[in-house]
Design a protein around this ligand. Structure first.
Ligand SMILES: N[C@@H](Cc1ccc(O)cc1)C(=O)O
Length: 346
């Protein structure tokens, strides 16, 4: 594969690449490495899946991929995960992420999994963290983390250590590319600035877009209807998509279309299958689409009505998450141990 194709693969479906020139340089020098980190906090949903799906593109472009299960970060961020649940949640995240990579048409064995506590307590790492803390202002650090770390009137110190550690992870994992949702931008801009003073290189950054929730606005942890969970049954998925915000002809904040574009189509592409909307004969019969753009065009023109689109997207999303759902339902103890309040038997 030539550099132009690799660049295309890695940058498609992204929000931003910082910088394209640097990414091109990496490909010209050989096979770069990339990592994405996840703090194992709440249950994973299709928003995570959309971001993870892209790892298949990285692998196809011959990038070495590492997934960091950032367990300490999950605790440092306002205690989102209590310390004694870190093992269970890390295990649940690993299994779910393997399922997502598999569902995206790539082999999870081609990805290296690392846990934060496996290396973040090393002497060299820790010493560098103290040096970073001595040289970085609170204001700069807070600004960097503002879209990631939970805000509060009286923030804990953990939220300030968090972005410094995320920066050190880039170096410790020897990653040329830091990949994540665009909410990570502030932290990685800090990394680009300060890592060279701490024995590392400024990472090239690839940011995935944050998609709309299904209720219109942002996806929200407290609004169950705003997202599809990976263990939702086909009926639940179809019902959530059926209720989703998707006004006729309107593309803005339209989660149904966004998931079709960023999750469903890329997976169908790998399988070489089109997207089919079933429609009664009296309304014009079935529609078959080879590209997202063609769907959007028909949706905007009014040719494709939400009432016909939604069931088709619901079925398609349900099929895409199917292998992940199966892996998780196969091991019910995973969710029960990771989220005892929701799934435990007490
Ligand atoms: N900040 C990421 C988690 C993360 C932690 C450490 C990293 O090195 C990278 C990513 C999140 O919001 O989930």
């Amino acid at each position: 594969m030539d550099t132009a194709d690799r660049l295309d693969l890695v940058s498609r479906h992204t929000q931003e690449v910082v910088t394209e020139d640097e990414l091109e340089g990496l490909f010209e020098d050989g096979d770069p490495s990339a990592y994405i980190g996840y703090a194992p906090t709440g249950e994973m949903h299709i928003g995570h899946f959309t971001t993870m799906r892209k790892l298949a593109d990285f692998l196809r472009a011959d990038v070495d991929v590492t997934v960091l299960i950032a367990d300490l970060h999950a605790h440092l961020d306002d205690n989102k995960s209590p310390f004694d649940l870190l093992d269970a949640r890390s295990e649940y995240y690993r299994v779910a992420i393997e399922g997502m990579i598999d569902a995206a048409g790539a082999d999870p064995d081609d990805v290296e999994f690392v846990r934060g506590t496996d290396f973040q307590l090393d002497e060299e790492y820790t010493l560098e963290m103290y040096r970073m803390a001595a040289e970085t202002t609170i204001a700069r650090t807070q600004r960097a983390a503002s879209e990631v770390v939970r805000e509060s009137e009286s923030p804990n110190l953990g939220g300030l250590i968090y972005p410094l550690m995320q920066t050190l992870d880039v170096k410790a994992l020897d990653a040329d590319i830091a990949y994540g949702g665009v909410d990570q931008r502030g932290i990685y801009m800090l990394s680009r600035e300060i890592l060279p003073d701490h024995g590392g290189h400024s990472p090239v950054c690839v940011f995935a877009p944050l998609l709309s929730g299904l209720s219109g606005g942002k996806m929200s942890a407290s609004d169950a209807a705003s997202k599809v969970n990976l263990t939702d049954s086909p009926d639940e998925v179809e019902e959530k998509i059926g209720q989703a915000y998707c006004p006729a002809g309107d593309v803005e904040d339209n989660g149904v279309l966004e998931y079709l574009n960023h999750l469903v189509f890329p997976v169908l592409d790998v399988e070489g299958e089109p997207f089919v909307v079933e429609r009664p004969e009296e309304y014009g019969g079935d529609l078959t689409y080879e590209s997202y753009e063609a769907v959007e065009e028909d949706f905007v023109s009014g040719e494709l009505h939400p009432a016909d689109l939604k069931p088709a997207v619901g079925t398609a999303i349900s099929e895409v998450i199917d292998p992940v759902r199966e892996r998780l339902l196969d091991r019910p103890e995973l969710l029960a141990e990771a989220y005892p309040e929701t799934y435990g038997d007490e």
